[in-house]
Design a protein around this ligand. Sequence first.
Ligand SMILES: Cc1cc2nc3c(=O)[nH]c(=O)nc-3n(C[C@H](O)[C@H](O)[C@H](O)COP(=O)(O)O)c2cc1C
Length: 167
Amino acid sequence: MAEHIANGLNADLYEIVPEEPYTEADLNYNDDNSRSTIEMNDPSARPAISGSVENMEQYDIVFIGYPIWWGEAPRIVSTFMESYDFSGKTIVPFCTSGGSGIGSSDSNLEQLTSGADWLEGRRLNGSDSEETVMEWVNGLDNLLNIRWYGSLMKGKYSLLRIFRTSD
Ligand SMILES: Cc1cc2nc3c(=O)[nH]c(=O)nc-3n(C[C@H](O)[C@H](O)[C@H](O)COP(=O)(O)O)c2cc1C
């Protein structure tokens, strides 16, 4: 899904890679003692991420995608949200799932950031084509533009910075 969006928008793609990879046993949601169950039972769990985003400050709009685990975003996404300053950025959350909706997973992540403008989250089907995904993304265009201009008026973005890229 993230690849579809990155292709469609010609955007940079970053994958949240766990420092300790999840094995099949770790992902067994039928096991009360599996790593994923233990992490999801503990809202303060913050699994470590391998690597980081370079120059996060250059991005004004960030799409955050994740699979739903027990109705929530995996805790490693909380690690990610707490690792950067998202203030002044627009965040577009999206998820895949076995059937559940996005629920309050996005608003729970929002609480881990401050000063960011979160758009309404969206559940996508793992089998959706790029065309289908981009229909949603392109529908955000107006909304993103309205918010972008609004932010410009409030001085969150400077024209100088935006037009400076070709020097
Ligand atoms: C630990 C764990 C917990 C999960 N919990 C849920 C859940 O609560 N609801 C749901 O619909 N799917 C759940 N899933 C399924 C994943 O969300 C799904 O496999 C993932 O989004 C990939 O979707 P896809 O197969 O459509 O690509 C869970 C998967 C794992 C590994």
